[in-house]
Ligand binder design. Structure first.
Ligand SMILES: C[S@@+](CC[C@H](N)C(=O)[O-])C[C@H]1O[C@@H](n2cnc3c(N)ncnc32)[C@H](O)[C@@H]1O
Length: 189
């Protein structure tokens, strides 16, 4: 099928039809994101959208979830395509990750944190990256039990939006995963 015929079909389909079609070949990668009690519900919508686009395995939410009806438009109608696991508090979340053998990383600007430029993801294990509340950041209990990474920011600003932080990390995870797949393919070939 030509590209233009392909585009025509996409234009004639509803969003949900397009998602259902893409879901048949969509990838799920060994990464998830954890949101900490976001103050702004829109950020959770953006996170759901990022998780769906980048093939995150699931989304963890510590604290309350807004109404599904609110999340439909802000997530680009992707709320039904991402598994959400809710935890009452940071302690329960950490217990869950231990039970399920998941490596926890925190995105935070903190003394001694590792630059994103130096982070190498371990694809042999599942990783969950925690992004913090808009005002209070990542809870201390999680920071003390995780590897902390920061995204270098050479500009005048001090802090990224929490959902945008997740987007950058998911992008970098996929970039490294793709590089690894290419390398293995070249070795086999
Ligand atoms: C707006 S910041 C909140 C910062 C909070 N006021 C504090 O001082 O802890 C929200 C979240 O975005 C993430 N974040 C923002 N900029 C970041 C960066 N450059 N590197 C890593 N995480 C970042 C962190 O997870 C942070 O908790």
């Amino acid at each position: 099928m030509s590209v233009s015929a392909d585009l025509l079909i996409v234009r004639n389909q509803t969003r949900r039809q397009r998602y259902n079609q893409k879901q048949q070949t969509a990838q799920k990668n060994p990464i998830s994101i954890c949101a900490v009690n976001f103050g702004c519900d829109e950020n959770l919508g953006y996170l759901i959208r990022a998780a769906a686009c980048f093939g995150a395995e699931c989304l963890h939410v510590i604290g309350n979830l807004p109404d599904r009806a609110y999340l439909i438009p802000v997530s680009g109608s992707l709320i039904d395509y991402v598994d959400i696991i809710q935890h009452a508090n940071p302690h329960d979340f950490l217990a869950w990750t231990r039970q399920h053998d998941v490596t926890v990383m925190s995105a935070e600007i903190a003394d001694g944190s590792t630059s994103m430029y130096d982070v190498e993801f371990d694809f042999g294990r599942k990783t969950c990256v925690v992004v913090g509340n808009e005002n209070t950041g990542v809870p201390a209990e999680i920071l003390h039990n995780s590897k902390i990474l920061h995204i270098p920011m050479p500009g005048v600003g001090f802090c990224l939006n929490t959902a945008q932080t997740a987007n950058i990390i998911l992008y970098e995870f996929n970039r490294q995963l793709n590089e690894r797949v290419q390398r293995e393919y070249l070795c086999v070939g």
